[in-house]
Design a protein around this ligand. Structure first.
Ligand code: FES
Length: 174
């Protein structure tokens, strides 16, 4: 009489097979983790220079003082009003905006996208470039909408004996 035991090798075989499969899974997981770590490393390394450049760009505002130039008498600018002027040269269009009794902001107003003139729209409380619907924050000169990516060069002003003067230009160093 022959004992039927052909199930045993088959099960063992299955068992062994499973061990291998588990090892394979471990290896797969390890390989996957290595890939993840590698990818994270590559990302970190590749993003470093760009992060560094972005930080540098934010920190690279250059300031230059010029011969002070009278823009307008305080009495001639209403609150919320604006005056156009040129600074520092006769080719540099600029705009002065009186935001409150004692607060003035001024910018060179050639759009940082393609140099169309930027206007102050009092009713909307925004600086607008009509060419491609660019907008700039009136408090900072930073772009808030449309294609411009760089802020408008800021002109520092001072009030002296009833008049507003342009003093310095603060711009991004290219
Ligand atoms: S030139 Fe100002 S948005 Fe294009």
């Amino acid at each position: 009489m022959t004992e039927k035991n052909d199930n045993i090798p088959f099960e063992e075989d299955n068992y062994t097979h499973n061990i291998h499969r588990n090892n394979e899974r471990k290896l797969d997981r390890r390989g996957f983790m290595k890939t993840l770590v590698g990818a994270a490393g590559v990302f970190a390394v590749s993003s470093l220079p760009w992060g560094g450049l972005a930080a540098k760009e934010l920190a690279s505002l250059g300031e230059k003082e010029y011969k002070h130039k009278k823009i307008a008498d305080v009495d001639s600018i209403e609150i919320g009003g604006a005056v156009e002027f040129k600074f520092p040269s006769e080719h540099d269009e600029a705009i002065l905006i009186r935001l409150s009794e004692n607060k003035y902001v001024a910018y060179q107003n050639a759009c940082t996208h393609l140099r169309c003139p930027v206007f102050w729209v009092k009713e909307e409380g925004e600086m607008i470039c009509p060419c491609h619907h660019g907008k700039f924050d009136v408090e900072t000169g930073f772009p808030t909408a449309g294609p411009p990516r760089r802020p408008l060069p800021e002109i520092q002003v001072k009030v002296d004996r009833g008049a507003v003067y342009a003093v310095k230009v603060k711009r991004y160093e290219a």
